[in-house]
Design a protein around this ligand. Sequence first.
Ligand code: HAM
Length: 469
Amino acid sequence: MPKVKKNAIAEKIVSKKAIKKMRIEKPKDEPLVLQTLRGMKDILPEDQAYWEQVRRVSERLARDYGFSRIDVPLLEFANLFTRNIGGGTDIVEKEMYAFVTRGGDKVALRPEMTAGICRSFIQHGMHTLAKPVKLFSIGPVYRYDRPQEGRYREHYQANFDAFGEDDPILDAQIIQMAHRLAHCLGLRAIQIQVNSIGCAVCKKDYNNLLVNYLESKKTKLCQDCKRRLEINPLRVLDCKEDKCSQVAATAPQAVDHLCDDCRVHFKTLLEYLDELDLPYTINPRLVRGLDYYTKTVFEIWSGSEEGKKASLGGGGRYDKLIKMMGGEDTPAIGFAIGVERMIFEMKRVQAKSYKPMKPRVFLAQLGSLAKKKSLRLFSDLEKNGILTAESFGRGSLKSQLKIANRLGVELTLILGQKETLDGTVIIKNMTTGVQETVSMERLVDIIKKKLKTDNVVIYHNHDHDELIG
Ligand code: HAM
């Protein structure tokens, strides 16, 4: 039997089996829910200009600060996250989308990017590259959180991680970059919060001190924090419950119990931040929601007074994570911004209104010959960067002009049988109604002139300088 036929039969068998399985798993009477899952959303066309702006600014800054793009899978072995983000963190305890595959692998949708990027760093031997190795990524992450404003179950992060440098100058540069990112997106009233939670050595001593203190206040803690006290006491400082915040307010502070090395590191960092004139405050209770951090931690916040505040981004050092995962001892630092929160803030402060680009020209055609030619003409206009709308599927000129009117274009190009044979096009000014016939060869130049060359919507944007405000 020829190979192709055999394969075709195999495919049939597979698909029959698959269909049978689907029938078992999806009872026919299960209603189709035409809704996104809770905590997830569509990014609709009208919002895309904002998303595009965040992507462009992030990519531009990544390039300028020497970061290379990396993309890692959304799905990884679940223990990559449980072991490295840490037991006792909300992310691991309550928020993982974890499941067992048909093959029996325990996997999870990434609740953040750093663990996957570290896995990739080790897997691909990136420690041999010139240091620091700077990696940038942008994409969705998943946390089974309680959805509310600014808190989603699927959200996007732009994530920056730098490996192989423990000098605090890199901490300062990373914080400056986070600030610059917000600034370039039009957010001017940004506050930076910094703290140092110490290295593996002083973190341990501080932990003991904190446990003693918290034990003495145990009755005042929420149920979750009573448990946290046993497995991860630092998390109590992060608890949003009022009564726990009150206990945290008088707790011993990590910055007062740093070892010499960590103290000098933090002090030098603050000097660099002063030098850069960055608007920072030291928040001694900033511990972050992931366990891998050592020394520097930071968050950026919008400076808004009214409404509920939310951090726009955050990060810090994680000098021991790569080693803990089985790689070479490699210090590292990074941060991520939440794209949705940035966009929310851009809209709130009306930094600039981002709208999808609107075509200013409409191309109408009449008759089968003109229809054929108009496809080529559309492509010529596109190549010249003139954003043009059309409605090739419609036959009558009246219905096409109606669409042109609705779109609010300035010029409509009309290509009929006669014009096609003559090698001409009619240009109709949609405001005055005046029409003129011009030769096909000169069309592009004439349109550019009519739209006042510098106003023409040139969407092949080679120069991104205007991004940086
Ligand atoms: P993170 O603070 O958990 O850090 O998340 C980074 C940012 O993502 C937050 O500042 C916030 O803007 C946004 N974000 C977090 N959770 C949600 C949510 N449920 N809905 C909407 N936005 C959210 C990390 O994930 C670290 N991996 C950052 C990092 C990179 N540290 C070192 N390198």
